[in-house]
Design a binder for this molecule. Structure first.
Ligand code: PLP
Length: 420
């Protein structure tokens, strides 16, 4: 209650803006994940790694637009790329050369990608990858894992009306035995196994190498396709999650940062599967989308992937992230407070409590009210993370900013030591 009262006090203009939004948007909201009690602050502008809210508070942005904001708020090369795109004309409604350049960059970065197609979001990319797998195999069922997030229409729950009506089978994440049993028993009905190499939104839980290896082996044996959703993990290491594990899927999806912060998604993989979309085929699968090859995203993506976040850069940046995560964990150990930070490289998640975090059930066992308290305390300290503890580092963050964040994190743990 104290943290909330101070929050209300600190953000009166955000509160007013929230009240105004309530009359025209349900809950004053257009992205559920951004809502938090007592009301979400309103961002006015972004500069580098900083957000300035409607009340003039400066917040260090550690949420990084859920991984899409890798480049910070005003990266000069991204801005230049977008200006260049604008000068060449908006909405060409035709193929243009920059899109194939972007496709080449993607194909040369990720070993699993032989051919690729663009979408507007990670959600659509997943939808199309699943469609490709179903068409290629002539089968219907899709195996996914608890805590996997593949977009807002994939909730795997029969009673939720926004759930895409695929024939889902759900297994616990990182449970080799359960996955092997499921794949073997579904066998000839299974079109695809879809997995994130690290649960992202599900709490930054890295896959066990033997889990991914089992999915690869069993998918081959069952004749279904293995899909890696790398919308988040593509930023980890030189070749994304697949490179870190040395395990390569038949199809993969990407999104978020690869579009340089513009709306983006792409799916691709083995040429023989992707060629199902070749319009020269009489039986081609149609794949539409007015903005699939929009010039703003294509130009920003070429700058993002080709010039800024190169494979070498990705390696260094994620090694830095590993160090930051270790420091945060060490802070909790030094204070003897049961609190953990899970993740890989530049992506991490805060979890109050003790015990291993190997799957989504372990994440859900932790107290979400304490997660939210830490979130509000960090907001008060001037740090913006996801309400559920998720952090995605951006390239504009400096060591000094991170040092200050680690200090703030220590203060929050100390302040809440009686509750944590
Ligand atoms: N897949 C993963 C792993 C994601 O994390 C997300 C978004 O958070 C998506 C897919 C959906 O992407 P988008 O929000 O661009 O539709």
């Amino acid at each position: 209650a104290g943290a909330r009262a101070r929050y209300v006090d600190r953000c009166p203009k955000s509160y007013q803006a929230f009240q105004e939004a309530l009359s025209v948007m349900p809950g004053g909201n257009t992205r559920t994940v951004l809502f938090h009690e007592p009301y979400p602050f309103r961002a006015a502008t972004g500069e580098g790694s900083w957000l300035i809210d409607a009340d003039g508070n400066r917040l260090l942005n550690l949420l990084g637009e859920y991984t899409a904001g890798l480049f910070g708020h005003d990266h000069p090369e991204i801005q230049l790329a977008i200006r260049t795109a604008l000068q060449g004309g908006i909405n060409l409604g035709a193929h243009h050369s920059i899109e194939s350049k972007f496709a080449q960059l993607l194909v040369s970065r990720f070993p699993a990608l032989e051919k690729v197609r663009f979408t507007n979001s990670g959600t659509e990319a997943t939808l199309m990858a699943l469609t490709a797998a179903r068409a290629h195999t002539g089968r219907d069922k899709i195996l996914v894992f608890e805590g996997g997030y593949h977009g807002g229409v994939f909730l795997f729950k029969p009673d939720i009306s926004t759930n895409a009506p695929f024939s889902w089978e759900v297994c616990p994440f990182n449970d080799v035995k359960a996955a092997v049993t499921a794949i073997r028993s579904l066998g000839p009905e299974l079109a695809a196994v879809m997995v994130e190499p690290m649960l992202g939104s599900g709490g930054c839980v890295p896959a066990r190498p033997d889990f991914l290896a089992a999915l690869r082996r069993e998918s081959d044996a069952a004749g279904c396709l293995l899909i890696f959703d790398e919308v988040m993990t593509s930023r980890l290491g030189e070749e994304g999650g697949q490179g870190l594990y040395g395990i390569f899927p038949d199809l993969m999806t990407v999104g978020k940062w690869i579009g340089g912060g513009m709306s983006f998604g792409a799916f691709g993989g083995r040429a023989e599967v992707m060629d199902l979309f070749d319009p020269r085929r009489p039986d081609a699968i149609a794949h539409a989308g007015t903005f699939n090859n929009n010039v703003l995203t294509m130009h920003a993506g070429v700058a993002a992937l080709g010039r800024i976040y190169t494979a070498k850069h990705a390696f260094r940046f994620n090694a830095w992230g590993d160090k930051i995560r270790e420091r945060l964990n060490q802070t909790a150990i030094d204070l003897e407070i049961p609190f953990q930070i899970s993740g890989l490289g530049s992506l991490m998640c805060l979890h109050p409590g003790a015990g291993p975090i190997e799957n989504y059930r372990d994440v859900m066992r932790r107290d979400d009210r304490l997660r939210e308290l830490v979130f509000l305390d960090l907001l008060e300290e001037g740090y913006y993370i996801a309400r559920r503890g998720f952090i995605a580092l951006s390239l504009t963050l400096t060591q000094q900013e991170i040092d200050r964040f680690v200090d703030a994190f220590r203060r929050v743990l100390e302040r809440r030591s009686d509750l944590l």
